[in-house]
Design a protein around this ligand. Structure first.
Ligand SMILES: [Zn+2]
Length: 431
C-alpha cells in the first residue's frame, strides 16, 4: 500500500542550531513562542517543531480555550504546559498545520488526520502525524513526532544482562513467533523493531504489515493496512504469505483470523514478530486461546512472549542517591525474594533520589527505559498449557520456571540507580 502523499517542510540548519543553543527546556520554548508570536506563523511552527525534536518530546497539544489557546507537550509520557497563545495566532497556526498535513481546511466539525515530514539535516527525515478534533472553542490539534531515534538496537534497550542474552538468542531463531505485549505507549514498537533489526540480513526476505507504518527501515518491504481497500491484517497477511517471506512482522494481533494465520505461519517455517494487547506474558496465552487458537498449536508456534512497561529514568543532571528507608528495604527484599540464581542483584545500600532541574522540566526524571519480563516456551511450558487455561496458573508456572516479572525487573533497576520505587509503583501498581 502506498503512503499518503504528505507535505514537507525544511528546518534550516541555522534555525536548528539557534534553537539547540537557546532552548533547553519546555519553559524556554514557552518564552520563545511568546517572543516570536508577533512574527510570521511559519516561524512559530518551525520553532515549535525544532524544539520538540531537540527536547525529545513525543507530541504537542494545541488546545483552544475561551480566551486563549493552551500549548502542552509530552516528554517521557508526561504532559507539561508550555504556554498560552492568543487565539488569533492559534487560528493562523491551525490553518498552517492543516495545510501542510494534507487536512481539509474548510472542514472543522469532524476529526481529521494527516501527516507531513520535516527535513532536519542531510538524510534525516522526521515524520509528524497530525490530528484535529472539534472542541467547544475550535479544533484541538495534536502533532505526534515519529523520531527515528526511537529505532534502537537490542543492546540499547537497557535490558538486564540475562535478558539481553535471551533476546539476542531469540532474535536469531529461524522460525516460530515472538509476541511483545503491554498497553498502548509501553514501547512495544521499539522492542519489535529492535528484534527486526537484529534478525535482518541480506539473505532473508522480511515483509511487514502495520497500522500505520511508524518507522521506515531500509531493506524491508513494509506495507500498511487499508481496510477501505480490503487490506486489513488478516487479508493482508494472506497476500504477503504468497511473497515467500522468511520473516513477517505483524503490527498487532487483533482478531481470530489474524491469530490463526500468524500461528500457522510460525508453524510452517516462518519467523513471526508481533504484538498483542494484554497485561502480562501469562495473559497472552489466555488471550490467544480466547481468540480461538488451539493450545496444542500455541506451544509449538510460540518461542517467547515479552511483556513490558516504560518507566522514567532519574535525571542525570539533578538526581542523587540515598540510603533506602526501612520500609523501602523491606519492599525490595520481599519483591526480590524468589529471584533465579542467574539474575544479578546489587546489594541494597543506595537507591536513587529525585530532585528536579531545568533539564528535566522540574520532574526529576529524564528519558525512559522498559522494564520487562520474558516467558520462554519450552517443553515443560508447552505441556503445561495443554492442561491449564487460567492466567494465574500460567504466571505461577512461568515464575516457577525462572521468569523474573516486570515488577522485579523494575526493582532491580531501582537498585542499579536507574529509576525509583515510586516510578515502578506508578506504572505497575503497588505490590
Ligand atoms: Zn533534572
Amino acid at each position: 500500500m502506498m503512503r499518503k502523499t504528505t507535505g514537507e517542510i525544511k528546518i534550516s540548519p541555522e534555525i536548528l542550531d539557534q534553537i539547540k543553543k537557546s532552548i533547553k527546556s519546555l519553559s524556554d520554548l514557552g518564552k520563545k513562542i511568546k517572543e516570536s508570536s508577533f512574527r510570521n506563523t511559519t516561524e512559530v511552527l518551525e520553532i515549535i517543531l525544532a524544539s520538540l525534536i531537540i527536547l525529545e518530546a513525543s507530541d504537542v497539544h494545541i488546545e483552544p480555550e475561551e480566551e486563549k489557546t493552551k500549548i502542552r507537550a509530552r516528554i517521557d509520557g508526561m504532559l507539561h504546559r508550555v504556554t498560552f497563545i492568543e487565539n488569533s495566532l492559534y487560528s493562523a497556526l491551525a490553518s498552517r498545520i492543516k495545510l501542510i498535513s494534507g487536512i481539509k481546511l474548510n472542514i472543522k466539525n469532524r476529526p481529521q488526520d494527516g501527516r507531513f515530514s520535516i527535513d532536519v539535516e542531510e538524510g534525516q527525515t522526521i515524520e509528524i502525524r497530525s490530528s484535529t478534533l472539534p472542541s467547544e472553542h475550535g479544533e484541538s490539534i495534536v502533532m505526534r513526532v515519529l523520531n527515528p531515534k526511537n529505532l534502537i538496537s537490542i543492546e540499547e534497550l537497557g535490558l538486564r544482562e540475562d535478558l539481553l542474552q535471551i533476546f539476542n538468542k531469540q532474535a536469531k531463531k529461524p522460525n516460530g513467533m515472538i509476541i511483545i505485549t503491554g498497553p498502548t505507549g509501553s514501547g512495544k514498537t521499539t522492542t519489535l523493531y529492535a528484534f527486526l533489526k537484529k534478525a535482518q540480513s541480506p539473505e532473508i526476505k522480511i515483509i511487514t504489515i502495520e497500522d500505520p507504518i511508524e518507522y521506515h527501515l531500509s531493506g524491508i518491504s513494509q506495507t500498511q493496512t487499508a481496510p477501505e481497500q480490503g487490506y486489513d491484517f488478516a487479508s493482508g497477511l494472506k497476500s504477503l504469505m504468497r511473497q515467500d517471506p522468511d520473516i513477517i512482522l505483524v503490527g498487532e494481533i487483533r482478531d481470530a483470523e489474524t491469530a490463526r494465520i500468524t500461528i500457522q505461519a510460525a508453524l510452517t517455517g516462518h519467523f513471526v514478530l508481533t504484538t498483542l494487547h494484554t497485561n502480562d506474558t501469562a495473559g497472552t496465552i489466555a488471550r490467544l486461546i480466547t481468540l480461538g487458537a488451539s493450545p496444542s498449536n500455541i506451544g509449538p508456534a510460540l518461542n517467547m512472549v515479552v511483556a513490558q512497561r516504560l518507566v522514567r529514568k532519574v535525571c542525570q543532571k539533578c538526581g542523587g542517591l540515598k540510603a533506602p528507608s526501612l520500609e523501602e528495604k523491606k519492599k525490595i527484599k520481599k519483591g526480590l525474594a524468589k529471584i533465579p540464581a542467574n539474575v544479578k542483584i546489587p546489594k541494597i545500600t543506595q537507591i536513587p533520589e529525585v530532585k528536579g532541574c531545568k533539564y528535566c522540566n522540574k520532574s526529576g526524571y529524564r528519558g525512559r527505559v522498559a522494564i520487562s519480563e520474558a516467558l520462554i516456551m519450552d517443553a515443560k511450558m508447552e505441556k503445561f498449557i495443554l492442561t491449564n487455561t487460567s492466567i494465574s496458573a500460567f504466571k505461577e508456572e512461568a515464575v516457577k520456571q525462572g521468569m523474573t516479572t516486570v515488577y522485579q525487573d523494575g526493582l532491580i533497576k531501582v537498585l542499579n540507580g536507574i529509576t525509583t520505587i515510586e516510578e515502578i509503583e506508578r506504572v505497575v501498581g503497588k505490590k
